[in-house]
Design a protein around this ligand. Structure first.
Ligand code: SAH
Ligand code: SF4
Ligand code: F3S
Length: 451
């Protein structure tokens, strides 16, 4: 019998892609293939790609170009391009890199097995037509044994004028609450402790499920879903991302405060602090509405940590409008902020507008914003000094074998001395002795009952 095929998966982009990659790796395992660390040792390489900004896409082509060359020497190498670049480029990608065997959009991730069968039968395959995503029957190969992603809604129905996601991820499709809970229960049985529920706009969950009413009241809202799944046995912590300000209700806020397993960390992108720009972006809310959400969160959960995404240099952004973004960041004081310079994307309205800013202005604004973000994050970190935080131990510190690392409920990465094998998956009280902008160091307290 010949040796099993060896595969290597490279993932670019967001958590949705990471979750898809874990499922696709699970499918490859089921086919009897073996994962290898070194791409050059693999017989099958799968790139799960991202096209959110031009630099993300270029990175994919540079990786792919290298393996396409290798394929000229090793014709039995199988090259798969999955994810958002695959969906965006489709057949075009074959013209650019004809060595590719399989191009498959994100909606086809669960079909990897049957698509590969066609490839092994000698076809070059492009799977980018919109499909209803099938409930997954394979077992994902999860990277962690402690924390896991669980998809709850695929796709996006918004039309932000800068964004490719609706083009590449398709329309919203919510999973049934029963299927979500079943997956979570299985994870609980396997010893997982923390689950992050995933969706592009997770708080829009349920609109498409039968039983939802046309007037906007839903039997299955995200709030209902949280109540339905929060008590799964074995799962100690629940997180969710990403939230869209349009759908972030007071009811959701109160529910998060009430349910003990829901971590008090919220990722709610605002994109811009200026109302004119928010309008041009097609975001569907105002700065005031965003600040109201933050105020409500803080009035109910004063210690909640907050993160968001923001774009600088959107077409037409004036210096004064950019300062509105700085002002919003200053007021809110985010624990973390993902920032990006606007990148014109094919197939999006804003890319065609004539009022594009030059790269220098965008770069300058990005730097100024990042500076403020780091300053605010460092201030926010200081509130932890001397406090005792509960840290879920997720891994050994790769830079210091004497330390383990994990996250506080508020999602701050925290290091402390300890033996990973003894502490893995445990939630430990840790006294914080040192703070940095985006991480903490502490000392483990031995719970009185054990000491
Ligand atoms: N659905 C989420 C975000 C998904 S995309 C939301 O609406 O908030 C992740 C982030 O990429 C966005 O929040 C945005 O900040 C950034 N982004 C999207 N398109 C971009 C573009 N063309 N240029 C720069 N950043 C972009
Ligand atoms: Fe993109 Fe807007 Fe959808 Fe977020 S909500 S994925 S930014 S279109
Ligand atoms: Fe990128 Fe696709 Fe996610 S474009 S950010 S991988 S949805």
């Amino acid at each position: 019998m010949s040796a099993p095929r060896r595969y290597h998966v490279v993932t670019f982009g967001c958590q949705m892609n990471k979750a898809d990659s874990e499922r696709m790796a699970g499918i490859l395992d089921d086919l009897g293939m073996v994962a290898v660390e070194e791409p050059d040792e693999a017989d099958l390489i799968l790139y799960n790609t991202c096209t959110i900004r031009d630099n993300a896409e270029q990175k994919v082509y540079s990786y792919l170009g290298k393996q396409a060359k290798r394929k000229q020497q090793q014709p039995d190498l199988t090259l798969v391009v999955a994810g958002c670049v695959a969906q965006q480029e489709g057949e075009q990608l074959l013209r650019r890199v004809p060595e590719v065997d399989l191009i498959m959009g994100p909606q086809h991730a669960n079909r990897l097995g049957e698509l590969l069968e066609q490839v092994f039968n000698g076809s070059q395959v492009v799977a980018t037509e919109p499909v209803h995503i099938l409930e997954d029957i394979t077992k994902p190969r999860r990277e962690s044994e402690i924390t896991a992603w669980v998809n709850v809604i695929y796709g996006c129905n918004e039309r932000c004028t800068y964004c490719v996601v609706p083009n590449v991820r398709g329309v919203e499709q919510s999973r049934y609450p029963q299927d979500i809970r079943r997956e979570m229960e299985e994870l609980g049985r396997q010893g997982y402790r923390e689950i992050t529920l995933l969706g592009q706009n997770i708080d829009a969950y349920g609109r498409d499920l039968p039983g939802s009413t046309a007037d906007g009241r839903h039997l299955h809202t995200f709030t209902d879903l949280l109540r339905y799944v929060h008590d799964v046995e074995g799962i100690e912590r629940l997180r969710f991302a990403t939230s869209h300000p349009r759908y972030f209700t007071e009811r959701l806020i109160h529910t998060c405060a009430e349910l003990p397993k829901v971590c008090e960390h919220f990722h709610i992108p605002f994109q811009s602090g200026d109302n004119e720009l928010l309008k041009a972006m097609g975001r569907g809310y105002t700065r005031e509405k965003y600040l109201r959400i933050i105020d409500t969160i803080r009035s109910v959960m004063p210690d909640a940590s907050l993160s968001a995404d923001a774009i600088v240099g959107f077409p037409g952004e004036t210096e004064a409008q950019f300062e509105q973004t700085l002002d919003l960041v200053d007021r809110v004081g985010f624990d973390q902020l993902n920032t990006a310079a606007y990148s014109p994307r094919p197939g999006t309205p804003a890319a065609l507008w004539e009022n594009q800013l030059d790269e220098e202005t965008k770069g300058d604004r990005l730097q100024r914003l990042n500076h403020l973000v780091a300053q605010k994050a460092a201030e926010r970190s200081q509130r932890y000094l001397g406090r005792t935080e509960l840290v879920l131990v997720e891994a050994q510190n790769p830079k210091n074998a004497a330390q383990v690392m994990g996250r506080t409920e508020g999602n701050r990465l925290t290091f402390f001395e300890g033996d990973f094998e003894a502490l893995r998956g445990q939630i430990m009280p840790v006294k914080i002795t040192e703070t940095r902008a985006f991480s903490l160091t502490g000392e483990r307290l031995v719970p009185a009952a054990i000491a």
